[in-house]
Design a protein around this ligand. Structure first.
Ligand code: NDP
Ligand code: PYR
Ligand code: MG
Length: 761
C-alpha cells in the first residue's frame, strides 16, 4: 500500500510573528458586526428603531416563530467556551480561548454562511456555566459549545440540551466524532477491514475521545475491541484512579495497562490527547496497514514524517491542514448547523450526525470534477490512503452535508420547517459559497502545482518581505527580493522576518552579473528615444522596476510585482520600457470586486484615460479574456449614464459605437450596451429591456472612462464594503502586477499569485 512517505506540506506552517500580525493587523481580532439595513435617514431610524421596531416586537410576542422572519436568530449561532480545553493546549482560561472561538465563528461564516458570535464565559463551574447559557436561547438559532474539558462538558451539554429548544452541540465531542468516523469508514474500506473485528486504541478519554468511541460503537464497532487510555494508562474494568462515569462506561476487561501494551497488534490508533503521545516503538508494534489518526491540535500525537520513517503501510491522518487527510471538526460544524438551521431543527440528534458521517465518507469516494480539483493541493486527489476525507476547501461540502443533515432532521421528526424542494435548496446552498475566495483558492492551487519565480521589486520594504516569505511558504514558487543586501537584511532583522529560508533569494541590482544583459536589452529599446547606453545602465542598476522588469523580459523570472512605493502610472511607465504589449492586445487594468456574494470585474481601472470606441471594444475583449482565465463565463455590460439610446449624448454614443465594433468583430462572449449600471446589475430592471442580449446580470462592467472605473471601484470598496482586488494588469507580453501604494502584505501576495498565475496562461 502507498504509505505516507511524502506528506504534502506545500502550504507549510506559519511563523509566530505571522500569526500575531495576522490577528493584530487593522481592526484587532477576526470579526466585526455589520448592519444589514440602511441606517441613514430619519425614516430608517423610525423603521429600525422606535416606533417601527414595535411592530415586529408585537408580532413575535403574538407568534414566537416570527422571530425567524424579523431577526437574525434563524441564521445565528453562538460559539461558547470557558477555555478549559483549548485545542490540545489545555486549560488556559476563557480569555485566552477567544482567538479560537473567533476563528470558529469566522469558519461558520466562510464555509456555510452561518452568522456567529463568540462568547467566553469565565467559570469552570458547570452549574454557573449552564445558568449563564440557558437564558440566551432567544438570541440564537443554535449553540456550539467549544473547548470545554471533560467531564464538565458532558454535564453542561446534557443539561443545556434538556432546557433549551434549539440545537446545542459540543463541537469537540460530536463534530470530531463525525469527521473521525467518516475517515475511519473509508480507511477500513481501503484496508479491507470489517468494523466488527477491528481493534482500536484511543489515547485520551476526554470530550473528543469519549464521543468518538460512542459514535463508532453506535455504528457497529464491538465494544470489547476498543481500549481507551488516559494519563493513567489503560481504562480497564476495576480501575479506580482518575475515573469518572463516562470513562467507566468504556472500561474493558484486559491485562494491558499502558498505551504501549494496548497498541500491540492494534489496527487503529485514535489520538485525542496531546502532542507526542505516540512513540516510534508503539507505531512499529501495530498490525499491518495500521490506521493512525493523530488528531491533537495544533501538534499531533505523532507526525506523518515520523510514521513514514518507521513504516510505509500506514494510513495517516492529523487534525492539521498542512498534511493530507485532515480529520478536523471544521469539516462538520459549519455544515451540520447549516442543515439544522435551514429546517429549524429543535436539536441535533444521532440520525443527523450519522447522515453527516455518511455524506462526508461518500464525498471522498466520488470522482473529483475539474472545478473542484482546484480546491486540492498537488495533483487531483483520488480516493486512497492519502485521500480518505474531503479537504475543508472542497466547494462540494456545502451542497453535500447540509441537505443530508436537513433530511435526517425531517425524517427523525425534529425539523419544524421542513424543506419542500431539495433542488431549490441545493441552489440556495451553492449561492452561499464565497465566490472570491474560491477564485483566489483556484489561483493559488494552480500556481502551487506549477510554482513560478516571482520578483518582488521593492524588496527593501517590510511588507514586501513579508509577502515574499508568505509566497515562498505557501509553495507558490521562488521569491526574488530585489534590494541592497545590507538594507534588506537590516529591515528584516528589526522586523523579525526570517529571510534565510528555502524559496527566498536576495538580488542586489548593483552587483548583479546580469546588469550588462539587462542594460543591452533596455538600450536596444530606448536608443532611438534619446537614451544613451550609460542612461540605461544607470536605470538598470539603480531603479528596481527597470531591473525587475528586465529580469522578466529576459526570462530570469516568470513574474513581477511592484507598486507600493511608486504610483501606478509611473510604475507602469518603468515596466513598459522593458516589456512589450502582447501582440494583438491592449494593456488595461481589471479590478475584481466582491460585494454581497456577487463578483464583478470592472475595466479599465488603470490605464486608458478617455477611451474611444475602438479602445472600449478592446477593453471589453481584454476584460472578457481575464474573466475566462479566472473561471467566469463573461457577460459584459458596456456601461454609460444612458440605457439603449436614452438619454442621448456624446459619451453614450461612443459606447454604442463600441458595441457595434464588437458586433463586427464577432467576439465569442456575451456583451451588450450601452446601459446604466442598475440595468446591468439588477435582473428586474434588465427585464424591462427584453431585447437585451445578456443572458443574466452582467459580471464584467466596461466603464466609459478610467475616471468612472476608478471612482466606482473605490466607492464600492469604501462605501459598499466590497472586497476589491486589483487593478490587475492585462495585455502585457510578460506577467507583471502593480499593487496600490501602501498595499498590505496580504494584498501583495494575492497580486504575486495572480502574476504567477498569468505567467502560465
Ligand atoms: N482534530 C480535531 O478535530 C479535534 C481534536 N481535538 C484534540 O483532542 C485533544 C483533546 O481534546 P478534548 O477532548 O477537547 O480535551 P479534554 O480535556 O476533554 O480531554 C483530554 C484528554 O486527554 C487525556 N490526556 C492528556 N494528556 C495525555 C497523555 N499524555 N496520554 C494520554 N492521555 C492524555 C486526558 O487524560 P485525563 O482524563 O487522564 O486527564 C483527557 O482524557 C486535544 O489535543 C484537541 O486538540 C479535539 C477536538 C477536535
Ligand atoms: C479542532 C478543535 O476543535 C480542537 O482541536 O479543539
Ligand atoms: Mg475544539
Amino acid at each position: 500500500m502507498a504509505g505516507t512517505k511524502k506528506p504534502d506540506r506545500s502550504a507549510t506552517t506559519v511563523t509566530t510573528q505571522e500569526a500575531l500580525d495576522f490577528h493584530s493587523r487593522g481592526r484587532p481580532g477576526k470579526l466585526e458586526i455589520v448592519p444589514t439595513k440602511p441606517m441613514t435617514t430619519q425614516r430608517d431610524l423610525s423603521l429600525a428603531y422606535s416606533p417601527g421596531v414595535a411592530v415586529p416586537v408585537q408580532a413575535i410576542a403574538d407568534d414566537p416563530s416570527r422571530a425567524f422572519d424579523y431577526t437574525t436568530r434563524g441564521n445565528m449561532v453562538a460559539v461558547i467556551t470557558n477555555g478549559t480545553a483549548i485545542l490540545g493546549l489545555g486549560n488556559l482560561g476563557a480569555l485566552a480561548a477567544k482567538p479560537v472561538m473567533e476563528g470558529k465563528s469566522v469558519l461558520f461564516k466562510r464555509f456555510a454562511d452561518v452568522d456567529s458570535i463568540d462568547l467566553e464565559i469565565e467559570t469552570e463551574d458547570a452549574d454557573e456555566f449552564v445558568n449563564c447559557v440557558r437564558f440566551l436561547g432567544p438570541s440564537f438559532g443554535g449553540i456550539n459549545l467549544e473547548d470545554i474539558k471533560a467531564p464538565e462538558c458532558f454535564i453542561i451539554e446534557q443539561r443545556l440540551r434538556e432546557v433549551m429548544d434549539i440545537p446545542v452541540f459540543h463541537d469537540d465531542q460530536h463534530g470530531t466524532a463525525i469527521i473521525a468516523a467518516a475517515g475511519l469508514i473509508n480507511a477500513l474500506h481501503l484496508t479491507g477491514r470489517d468494523l466488527k473485528t477491528t481493534k482500536l486504541v484511543c489515547n485520551g478519554a476526554g470530550a473528543a475521545a469519549i464521543a468518538c468511541v460512542e459514535l463508532i460503537k453506535a455504528m457497529g464497532f464491538a465494544p470489547e475491541n476498543i481500549i481507551l487510555c488516559d494519563t493513567k494508562g489503560v481504562i480497564y474494568q476495576g480501575r479506580e484512579a482518575g475515573m469518572n462515569q463516562w470513562k467507566s462506561a468504556h472500561a474493558v476487561k484486559t491485562d494491558r495497562r499502558d498505551l504501549a501494551e494496548a497498541l500491540e497488534g492494534a489496527d487503529v490508533f485514535f489520538g485525542l490527547s496531546v502532542k507526542g503521545a505516540l512513540t516510534d516503538k508503539m507505531v512499529a508494534s501495530m498490525a499491518a496497514n495500521p490506521i493512525i489518526f493523530a488528531m491533537a491540535n495544533p501538534d499531533p500525537e505523532i507526525t506523518p514524517e515520523e510514521v513514514a520513517t518507521i513504516r510505509d503501510d500506514a494510513i495517516m491522518a492529523t487534525g492539521r491542514s498542512d498534511y493530507p487527510n485532515q480529520v478536523n471538526n471544521v469539516l462538520g460544524f459549519p455544515y451540520i448547523f447549516r442543515g439544522a438551521l435551514d429546517v429549524r431543527a429543535s436539536t441535533i440528534n444521532d440520525d443527523m450526525k450519522i447522515a453527516a458521517v455518511e455524506a462526508l465518507a461518500n464525498l471522498a469516494r466520488e470522482d473529483v470534477p475539474d472545478d473542484v480539483a482546484a480546491a486540492y493541493r498537488g495533483n487531483r486527489p483520488r480516493f486512497g490512503p492519502e485521500y480518505i476525507i474531503p479537504v475543508p476547501f472542497d466547494p462540494r461540502l456545502i451542497t453535500a452535508v447540509p441537505p443530508a443533515v436537513a433530511r435526517a432532521a425531517m425524517d427523525s421528526g425534529v425539523a419544524t420547517k421542513p424543506i419542500v424542494n431539495f433542488d431549490a435548496y441545493a441552489h440556495e446552498l451553492s449561492a452561499r459559497r464565497d465566490p472570491l475566495a474560491s477564485t483566489l483558492q483556484r489561483i493559488y492551487t494552480k500556481v502551487r502545482r506549477r510554482p513560478k519565480r516571482t520578483v518582488f521589486a521593492e524588496g527593501e520594504e517590510e511588507q514586501v518581505m513579508r509577502a515574499a516569505v508568505a509566497y515562498a511558504n505557501q509553495g507558490l514558487g521562488t521569491a526574488f527580493l530585489l534590494g541592497r543586501d545590507e538594507e534588506v537584511r537590516e529591515t528584516a532583522r528589526s522586523a523579525g522576518i526570517d529571510l534565510e529560508r528555502e524559496g527566498i533569494e536576495l538580488i542586489n541590482a548593483r552587483i548583479s552579473r546580469r546588469v550588462e544583459a539587462y542594460t543591452d536589452h533596455l538600450y536596444s529599446r530606448l536608443q532611438r528615444k534619446g537614451y544613451l547606453h550609460r542612461d540605461c545602465q544607470r536605470l538598470i542598476k539603480t531603479d528596481r522596476n527597470h531591473f525587475a522588469a528586465a529580469m522578466v523580459a529576459l526570462g530570469d523570472a516568470d513574474a513581477m510585482v511592484t507598486g507600493i512605493t511608486r504610483n501606478y502610472s509611473t510604475a507602469l511607465e518603468d515596466i513598459r520600457r522593458c516589456i512589450d504589449v502582447r501582440p494583438g492586445h491592449r494593456v488595461i487594468g481589471v479590478s475584481l470586486a466582491l460585494c454581497r456574494g456577487r463578483t464583478v470585474l470592472v475595466a479599465d481601472t488603470a490605464v486608458i484615460d478617455m477611451p474611444d470606441s475602438v479602445e472600449l471594444a478592446d477593453i471589453a475583449e481584454e476584460a472578457a479574456g481575464m474573466a475566462r482565465r479566472l473561471g467566469y463565463e463573461p457577460r459584459v455590460a458596456m456601461l454609460a449614464y444612458s440605457t439603449f439610446g436614452h438619454p442621448t449624448g456624446e459619451r453614450a454614443e461612443r459606447v454604442r459605437e463600441a458595441v457595434r465594433i464588437l458586433d463586427r468583430r464577432r467576439v465569442d462572449f456575451e456583451y451588450d450596451g450601452e446601459m446604466a449600471a442598475d440595468v446591468a446589475l439588477n435582473a428586474d430592471i434588465m427585464e424591462q429591456y427584453p431585447f437585451c442580449r445578456l443572458s443574466g446580470t452582467a459580471n464584467v462592467l466596461v466603464m466609459p472612462a478610467f475616471h468612472s472605473a476608478s471612482i466606482s471601484t473605490k466607492m464600492l470598496q469604501e462605501l459598499g464594503g466590497s472586497t476589491v482586488i486589483g487593478p490587475m494588469l492585462v495585455g502585457l507580453d510578460k506577467s507583471v502586477q502593480i499593487v496600490s501604494m501602501g498595499a498590505k502584505d496580504s494584498d501583495i501576495v494575492n497580486m504575486a499569485a495572480i502574476a504567477a498565475y498569468n505567467a502560465m496562461n
